[in-house]
Write a protein of this length. Structure first.
Length: 394
């Protein structure tokens, strides 16, 4: 019975997101709610920016049903916070809210979630020999981690398919973990998030007339979903003990999944501060920007970075027989190598514009322009078919 409910609610998440996508696109077009090109944006034309609405509804509708069905009080608080973040994100997309005001609201909402649910990092599960944490340590750590994850996910929303593709990958991973440890409710939560992102991902990647950006309304929601997944795994519970018995360092595991967004955000913020600028000031120094500057396509850039993150997860898993400290150090080293190392190496090749490294990167970049393939054109026409009839009627 429970398996049937999980399957139905996952399908419902996909269906709601798919059904709401075109009304949201029409509304954005009609009211000129678009992301305009500028010196730091990568698109050349205005693009509708309400893609977070179908994703949010795809998450909220089935999760509300799940909260009733499984009688989960804590899930209601998570839904309240996710709804509030989505609304703030949409308002930011439309009216451009001050970054520090949005940051303050995120701090309050994460604190509210911690206060109401006690889903916080109160245990390092043996990392560096540390187990239970004092509330005076656990609460600030949880608040810092929660807001950090939300902003890390928000900052990767720069090229087609990156934030949504990453969100699908990460949520599928967490769903597998939750089902493995026997927590079907949290597994369902992650599956619903992945299913809600799928229709948007298809249109964002393959669509032309039906392309829409997820915006802050969707990126902040994905970030909050990641926060809930991480807190659920790291909060003291008997379920996660199954993984510890296998020698898995839970902190290293969740960090491997979040690795590139987290370490790239840290690199960018440290760079801005060292340059005498505010950490939230806009620029073009993210990892995806260097791929684009070297000629990679948007989809190729997203694919490369997501594959790099999956490689980090794989290497961590291959090291899961080692001590917790070794697992954690391996993930941190890979995070620095695949963000700082890759960025500065590619930037060096770009500035030099000679040598075998530069030509090898440029050759790989040319291979990533999948939109030039005939099959890509066919997929684009299929994805845009309904859009041409409903959004741009002749």
């Amino acid at each position: 019975m429970e398996e049937t409910v999980i399957a139905l609610l996952t399908f419902l998440a996909f269906f709601v997101s798919w059904a709401v996508f075109y009304p949201a696109l029409r509304f954005a077009q009609k009211h000129d709610i678009v992301d305009l090109p500028n010196y730091r944006k990568l698109q050349r034309h205005p693009v509708p920016v309400l893609g977070g609405i179908p994703v949010a509804l795809g998450v909220f509708v089935p999760l509300c049903i799940a909260a009733f069905f499984f009688q989960l009080d804590a899930l209601w608080y998570a839904l309240i916070v996710m709804l509030a973040l989505s609304v703030i994100g949409v308002l930011d997309d439309v009216f451009d809210i001050d970054a520090w005001m949005r940051f303050s609201i995120e701090m309050f909402l994460v604190w509210f979630l911690l206060w109401q649910t006690d889903m916080m990092i109160m245990d390092l599960h043996g990392l560096f020999g540390i187990r239970e944490l004092s509330p005076y340590v656990g609460l600030p750590l949880s608040l810092f981690a929660g807001v950090g994850i939300i902003n890390a996910i928000n900052m990767i929303d720069g090229v087609d398919g990156y934030s949504s593709g990453y969100g699908i990958m990460a949520n599928i991973f967490f769903a597998v973990v939750f089902f493995y440890i026997g927590d079907n409710v949290l597994g369902l939560f992650s599956l619903i998030a992945a299913a809600s992102l799928l229709p948007f991902f298809v249109h964002n990647v393959f669509g032309s007339k039906s392309k829409m950006y997820i915006g802050d309304g969707g990126a902040l929601l994905i970030g909050m979903v990641m926060v809930w997944d991480v807190f659920a795994l790291l909060a003291p519970s008997s379920s996660s003990a199954v993984l510890e018995q296998r020698g898995i360092c839970l902190v290293a595991m969740v960090l491997s999944v979040l690795c590139i967004p987290v370490f790239d955000t840290l690199r960018v913020m440290v760079t801005r501060i060292c340059m005498g600028r505010l950490p939230f000031s806009p620029d073009r120094i993210h990892l995806h920007h260097i791929f684009i500057r070297l000629g990679f396509s948007h989809v190729g850039t997203s694919l490369c970075i997501i594959v790099l993150n999956m490689l980090i997860v794989l290497i961590w898993y291959l090291c899961s027989n080692f001590s917790y400290t070794v697992q954690f150090i391996v993930v941190c080293v890979l995070g620095l190598l695949f963000t700082c190392g890759v960025y500065y190496l590619m930037d060096f090749a770009r500035k030099k514009r000679t040598g075998s490294l530069y030509h090898a990167i440029r050759k790989i970049a040319r291979w990533t322009h999948f939109e030039q393939l005939t099959v890509w054109t066919i997929l684009e026409r299929i994805v845009d078919y309904r859009c041409r009839k409903q959004v741009y009627p002749s």
